[in-house]
Design a protein around this ligand. Structure first.
Ligand code: GDP
Ligand code: ZN
Length: 304
C-alpha cells in the first residue's frame, strides 16, 4: 500500500501521483459501496491510499481526511456538497483591471469561499497594462489580503506571484477572460507547468461544464485552475456565520444592538453604522447582504 495524491479524475478512473509513480486507479468495492450516490469518493487534491497493481494501475483503497476543501453547492436543489479541490493551502482570486471590468461582488464571494474552506485567500488584478487596478485594491490590502497587480504583457509582479505560489497548493479562481491561462503560460518557462496533461472535466447537469486543471510546479507545489466561479453556490456556510468571513465585520462582532443581528436591516447595527460613516466599504456590506439572502433562501427549513 502507498499514499499518493489524486491529480486527475476521468469518470471512475483516478490518477494518483505516488512515490511509485503515476498510478491509474480504479475504485475498490469497499469504497464504491461507502460513497454516497451524489459524491465521488475522492476529489482532485485528495490524499489517498492505493494498492499498486501491474502496468501502472492500482486500486483506490481509502481517502484520507482533508485539511481544506473548496466546495460549492451542487445538485438541482443546491443541497449536495461538491468538492472542487481538496487540500489546497491558498486561493488566488484572479480578476482583470479592465476587459472585463472586475466584479468585486464575485471577488468577495471567492474570498468567503476561500476562508470558509480554510485556505489563505489572496487577489490578483491582472491586465494592469490596460488600466489601473480598482481603487478598492488598497482597501483589500488594509483588510490583510495580499494583492498582486499583474500584467502578462509588461510582466509586472510576475516574479512576486511566482514566489508566492512556490511550495504550496494554490487554487486559481476567476471569471473567464481575465487572463488565468495567460498568467500560467507567462510563469510556464520558469516553472515547467504541465499544462493540459492533468485535467479533469466535471460534468454537472446538461448545461454547465467546468474544468479543474492541476499543474505541478518543479520541486514542490501545485497550481489548480478552476474556471466558472460565477456558477458556484456557497456551501457549508450558515447565515449567522457569514459575517465572520469578513475581517472588518469580525472586528465589530458583538457591538450591534441585537446579539443575533444579521446586519441586514436591523436597527442599531454597528456594521451598517460603520458603512454609513465610511469606515466599512459600502459595496462589501451590499454584497454581504446579497450572499446572506442567497443563504437564507436556500436554507429555509433550517432557519425557520
Ligand atoms: P482566462 O479565460 O482567464 O484563462 O483568460 P486568457 O488567459 O485566455 O486571456 C483572455 C484574453 O486576455 C486573451 O486575449 C489574452 O491575450 C488577454 N490577456 C491576458 N493577460 C493579459 C494582460 O496582462 N494584459 C492584456 N492587455 N491582455 C491580457
Ligand atoms: Zn449588525
Amino acid at each position: 500500500m502507498v499514499t499518493g495524491r489524486v491529480v486527475r479524475i476521468a469518470g471512475n478512473r483516478y490518477q494518483v501521483e505516488t512515490p511509485a509513480g503515476l498510478l491509474e486507479c480504479a475504485l475498490t468495492n469497499t469504497i464504491r459501496r461507502a460513497r454516497s450516490r451524489a459524491n465521488k469518493p475522492a476529489a482532485v487534491g485528495d490524499d489517498v491510499e492505493v494498492e499498486p497493481g501491474t502496468g501502472g494501475e492500482g486500486s483506490l483503497l481509502r481517502t484520507l481526511p482533508r485539511r481544506t476543501k473548496l466546495c460549492r453547492a451542487k445538485g438541482s436543489d443546491g443541497q449536495t456538497e461538491g468538492v472542487l479541490v481538496a487540500n489546497a493551502d491558498r486561493l488566488l482570486a484572479v480578476f482583470a483591471a479592465k476587459a472585463p471590468d472586475p466584479d468585486l461582488r464575485l471577488l468577495d464571494r471567492a474570498l468567503v469561499m476561500g476562508d470558509a474552506g480554510k485556505m489563505e485567500a489572496a487577489i490578483a488584478f491582472n491586465k494592469v497594462d490596460l488600466a489601473a487596478p480598482p481603487p478598492e485594491a488598497e482597501m483589500y490590502r488594509g483588510l490583510g489580503y495580499r494583492v498582486f497587480e499583474t500584467s502578462t504583457v509588461t510582466r509586472q509582479h510576475l516574479d512576486a506571484l511566482r514566489e508566492w505560489l512556490a511550495g504550496s497548493t494554490t487554487v486559481l479562481m476567476g471569471p473567464s477572460g481575465v487572463g488565468k491561462s495567460s498568467l500560467l503560460n507567462a510563469l510556464h518557462p520558469d516553472w515547467n507547468l504541465r499544462t493540459g496533461e492533468l485535467s479533469l472535466r466535471i460534468q454537472e447537469g446538461k448545461h454547465t461544464t467546468t474544468w479543474v486543471e492541476m499543474f505541478s510546479l518543479p520541486g514542490n507545489g501545485w497550481v489548480v485552475d478552476t474556471p466558472g466561479i460565477e456558477t458556484f453556490g456557497l456551501w457549508g456556510i450558515e447565515p449567522e456565520n457569514l459575517a465572520s468571513y469578513y475581517p472588518e465585520f469580525r472586528k465589530l462582532e458583538g457591538t450591534c444592538r441585537f446579539r443575533d443581528c444579521r446586519h441586514d436591516a436591523e436597527p442599531g447595527c454597528a456594521i451598517a453604522g460603520a458603512a454609513e460613516a465610511g469606515r466599512i466599504h459600502a459595496g462589501r456590506l451590499a454584497g454581504y447582504r446579497v450572499m446572506l439572502r442567497d443563504l437564507l433562501d436556500g436554507q429555509k427549513p433550517a432557519w425557520r
